[in-house]
Structures are given as C-alpha cells and as structure tokens.
Write a protein that binds this ligand. Structure first.
Ligand code: X8Z
Ligand code: ZN
Length: 611
C-alpha cells in the first residue's frame, strides 16, 4: 500500500507507519495516555456513527435539492454543520492511534476518514457554521437561478434546463450569444462567497496537515499529489492528438455555418457555438459536422419522441441494461422516491445526481429528464452510481465509495458505449440499419463529439481550482485565469470580452456545488478501458466499437466483482479485478476511435490546425 506519502503529509495527525507490522516508536508519553478503544473498536464506532449521521444529512440534503426554499437552506446548513463537526472530531480522535499497531483494514479506514471530505471546516464553531451556510447557499443559488431576457419577467424568465434545450439545437448566432451571456449573469453574486469558501476550506485542509485543499483532493489516488498531477498529464498527452484533430475539423465546419469572420482559422472556437452551455460536450452540433450526410443512421431522440417515452420508461430502459448483465432489479422505492421529472411548482437543483440514502437501502436519482438521447445517456450514468451503491451496500460506511472517484463516474458511461446500432434496434429505438464504413464514421463522430471533446474540459476545471486553492490564482484573477485555461486546453474562447466583474466558473454546477471534477476526466478514459476489458471477458472478437455487452452475464460478473470491492482495496487492485491491469491507460479510447482518427487526419490534411 503506497500511503507513506500521505502519512508524511499528515505529520502530527498521522499514523506513524504505512505498514501495520512496524512497531510503535519509543514514545513513552503515547503509552501513558493509552486510548480507551483499540483502533479496530474506534473504526467500528466511527462507522456506526457515520451511518447515523449520513441518514440525517442525506435526508436534509435531498429535501433541500428537491425543494429550494429559505427553510430548507436552514435545515440543510444545520445538518452540514453537524457533519463537518463530526469529521473534525473523528479525525482528531484518530490522531491518538499514531504509531499504534493495527490491522490493515483499520489503517485503511482511518486513511479514508481523513480524506473523506471535499470541504473540511476549520475547528471553530463560528467558521464551521459560516462554511455550512456558504456551501448551502451557493448550490441553492445555482439551482434556483433564472435568466430574464430583456423585457421578460415571471414565467418568461428562463431556467437552466430551458436554456440548455434551446442551445442544443439553435444555430442562431445572436440567440446563442444572448443565452450564453444571460446564464453568466447568475454567477457574479457567488464570487465573494466562493473566495471566502476557499479561505475557510483551505484553513480546514491545513488543520488536517495539507498545504491547501487542492493537495487534499489530489491525495485521494494512492500516490502523492505531485505524482497524481503527472499521471493526469500523462493521460491527457495520450488523447490530445485525437482532440486536436477533432477540434480542427469542427472549427472548419463551424466556419462554414457561421462564416470565417465569426469562426476564424487558427483561433479558438467561440464557446457559444458548440451546442452546449459550457462547450463541454459537442454532440448536439452533429448535424453541422456529419461526415457523410444522408447515410442512414440512428436518431434515438426522434425515436424516444415518436414513441412517447416518459422519464420512468427511460429509467426502466437503463435498469433493463444492468439487469441483462445479471445485476439485481431496482427496489420499488427507487421509482416511488426518485425525482425523475422537473416539478413545476418549485425550484429544484436539476443537475442530475444519484443518492445512496439509508446506507444504500434507499437509492434514488434526481434528474429533470427530457426525452432525448443525451438524457437517456445521463440516466445510464446515474444508474451506474446506483448500481455501485448496491454492489457495496454491505461494506462498512468508510468503504462505501468507488475504488477512486473516477471509477464511480465511469460505470454508467461504460454501459452507454454498448448502445450500438444493433442494441438500439433490438430494444426498438433504431431501425435495423446495415452498417457501412461511412455509417461507422458517422457514429464515431457523434460519440467523439461528446467523449473526446469533453477531455480537456474535464481536465481544466480542477487545474483552475488546484491553482485557486494554492493561492496561485487570487480572487482578482479568477475569471482571467479561467479563460486562459479554456483557451489553452480546449481551444475555445469567450465570445464577448469578459472581466473580473464576471465569475464564469460559478456558472458551472460543480464550482458552487464544490464537486471535484478530475473524476470525470479519469472516467472518460476508464470507461473505454472497462469497455474493452468487458468485451474481451464476454468473448467479443473484432473491433471494440462494434461490441455491446448487453445480456452478457460474464461481462456483468467481471464488472460487479470490481464494484463490490468499494474502496476496500487500493484502486489498482480493483482495476486489475476488472481489466487485468492495474494502470489507467488511454490506449482503449485510441483503439476505439481508430477509424475516425484516420478519417479526420485525411480531412485535416493541409489545414492549419491548432490555435
Ligand atoms: O455532473 C455530471 C453527472 C452527475 S455526477 C450528471 N457529469 C459531468 C457534468 O455534467 O459536467 C457527467 C459528465 C460530466
Ligand atoms: Zn456522476
């Protein structure tokens, strides 16, 4: 177990050794104040207390997210405060076991306890309360936000799902620009709260022995923060050539649609033209960049609309996929208690999420589902979280999480890679179409617009936050640094000048909600790795883009054997259980898109790519 670096980082608070067989240092004082519980008893008690605490915070947060009012803010902030207090106390108590011999299990759980929060509070009741209030408010502000175009009021104002929907198929430059700038009027009010949030959580992280909160986040991967940064950079290096080709081709097609003066060659792409509020996934502009127009393909959105799919039927389509792999059916309470459609009578946080309430006995999804392919994919994503919760529900609470957070984000997406035309035809969401080389390139383009375009976005969000937490990006440079990274990694730019009056990071959910984001970058790489390994385990022969693991119980069993480990083993072991290799590796995504890469290189020949 490679946790020596962590223990060093946690000086003072840490266990003294990464190997439980090492004897305790000759520290007489430690002997004098012998703890009342053994480390194993301590861990068992913390697990019991966590279970109880999670029941309360889970309920408070669910109500808050599905019913945003002043009152639910008070309830959720109160629960959050108690939870922050619990973590501070538990970590303090754990410090007394420094240098004590203990079982590897107790040692691992104590390590996970220390790394278990993404927003640690300083040990000060007033600051803890302030932090709880800020985090509750920021997420609520985001969830309830609306943009009122000029002259609009009341019902004419637009909420985020409405704006996102319009942006997905509008090709009207000015309308897109209005929505893009409009949504970004909701976030400047979060700026002060966010910079205070950074101060408070950094203070909390320092009390835990980290230099700043970013270092704590980067410490969750069984390697040092510096090694983790290098690892993320290495993976990005593997996929960047593919992104560069895609960017080049897409920019050229957008220039045809909007004109060279609006989309100049050799420059970043204006961020509002990519069919997505954040330019993070580009699948919605597929019609503009379709490689072989007129070649019959699949249109899942049209099929869902035609067949009047509602949210429940879409969720059942996803459940059916997991069940076909030999996984259990969802409990009835899932359908009774989930929020699958947007309520019209109140504000909610529409950003999709999956919840393991009551220790995973009461699993739920919260999503404002619409009948589109994008939403069907997101439902699979969320169901991936749900099935992970079910797989590890009998483990102690400290082990109830993914091998690392990228695993958790990657399970459901892995299923979507099996939504081949043949699978979609089988479940009645596509016509039985003959495949041709041209049809394959079309399908690959559609998928790459989401999966490949996402990669630099997935990486840069925390690049920004790591530097914010480290103080390298001070509040007065928040927005400029954000756009520097957007340009550098994605090659996109703001369509109108921005300034420090703006706070564009706050217009992306995971910033006000403080959800670390590198997990999605890792998940986008891991899901192809999982897909390739599961296809092999399931007996597939031939190119992996043709493989669907639907109804393949051997593949399902392989995946489940990884999921049921939760966080009980270091992630390389879990990865090995699923794929036979203990290293993250982007070669599967490269393999998958080999046909498209060849085609893009031909198209881009002679073009001056880059920005
Ligand atoms: O936030 C999510 C999920 C919930 S964990 C819907 N995703 C990221 C995003 O929307 O920005 C999934 C892909 C990336
Ligand atoms: Zn997720």
């Amino acid at each position: 177990m490679k946790i020596a670096w962590l223990l060093a980082a946690l000086a003072g608070l840490a266990l003294s050794a990464c190997d439980s067989t090492v004897s305790a240092p000759a520290n007489i004082e430690a002997d004098a104040a012998k703890p009342a519980e053994t480390p194993e008893e301590f861990v068992a008690r913390i697990n019991d207390e966590l279970e109880e605490l999670n029941r309360e915070t889970g309920a408070a947060e669910w109500v808050r997210a599905t019913y945003i009012t002043k009152d639910t803010a008070v309830i959720a902030a109160g629960a959050s405060e108690r939870s922050l207090e619990f973590f501070t106390r538990a970590v303090e108590e754990a410090a007394q076991y420094e240098g004590t011999e203990m079982s590897p299990d107790a040692e691992r759980q104590i390590m996970l306890l220390k790394l278990g929060t993404s927003a640690p509070a300083p040990d000060d009741p007033a600051k803890r309360a302030e932090l709880a209030r800020i985090t509750t408010e920021m997420e609520g502000t985001y969830g309830a936000a609306k943009y009122c175009p000029e002259g609009a009021e009341g019902d004419d104002c637009l909420d985020l799902p409405e704006m996102v929907e319009i942006m997905s198929d509008s090709r009207d430059y000015d309308q897109l620009l209005d929505l893009w700038t409009g949504w970004r009027t909701i976030s400047p009010q979060m700026r002060d709260g966010y910079s205070r949030f950074v101060e408070l959580t950094n203070a909390g992280a320092r009390e835990l022995g980290f230099d700043n909160l970013g270092e704590l986040w980067k410490s969750k991967y069984e390697m040092s923060p510096a090694e983790f940064e290098q690892e993320a950079e290495r993976l990005w290096g593997q996929v960047k050539p593919l992104y560069d080709e895609l960017h080049c081709y897409v920019r050229d097609q957008l220039a045809e649609e909007y004109g060279e003066e609006r989309v100049p060659a050799g420059e970043p792409i204006p961020a509002h033209l990519l069919g997505n509020m954040w330019a993070q996934e580009w699948g919605n502009i597929y019609p503009l960049v379709e490689p072989f127009p007129g070649v019959p393909g699949v249109d899942v959105t049209a099929a869902l609309e035609e067949q009047d799919y509602d949210a429940v039927r879409m969720a059942k389509t996803g459940e059916n996929f997991f069940v076909s792999l030999g996984m259990p059916e969802l409990p009835d309470t899932f359908y009774e208690r989930s929020m699958l459609t947007q309520p019209r009578d109140r504000d909610v946080v529409c950003h999709a999420s999956a919840w393991p309430l009551d220790g995973g006995e009461d699993v739920r999804i919260k999503q404002c589902v619409l009948p589109t392919f994008e939403h069907l994919s997101t439902l699979h994503h969320e169901l991936g979280h749900i099935y992970y919760y079910l797989a590890y529900r009998d483990l102690p609470p400290l082990y109830k999480s993914g091998a690392h957070d990228g695993f958790h984000e990657g399970i459901g997406d892995t299923m979507t890679l099996s939504m081949t035309p043949a699978y979609l035809a089988e479940i009645g969401l596509a016509e039985d179409v003959a495949t041709s080389d041209e049809a394959v390139i079309n399908q690959q383009m559609k998928l790459a617009l989401d999966k490949i375009a996402f990669l630099p976005f997935g990486k840069l969000i925390d690049q920004w936050r790591w530097d914010v937490f480290a103080g390298k990006i001070p509040p007065e440079a928040y927005n400029a640094a954000w756009w520097d990274l957007r340009r550098q990694y994605q090659g996109v730019s703001a369509p109108v000048p921005r300034s420090e009056e703006d706070f564009d990071p706050g217009a992306k959910y995971h910033i006000p909600a403080n959800t670390p984001y590198t997990r999605y970058f890792l998940a986008h790489i891991l899901q192809f790795q999982f897909h390739r390994a599961l296809c092999e385990a399931g007996g597939h022969e031939g190119p992996i883009h043709e493989c669907s693991i639907y109804e393949n119980e051997a593949a399902g069993a392989r995946l489940w054997s990884m999921m049921e480990l939760g966080a009980s083993q270091p992630w390389p072991e879990a990865l090995e259980a699923a794929t036979g290799s203990g290293e993250m590796d982007a070669s599967a995504i490269i393999d998958y898109f080999e046909p498209l890469m060849g085609w893009l290189e031909e198209q881009n020949e002679g073009q001056s790519c880059g920005w």
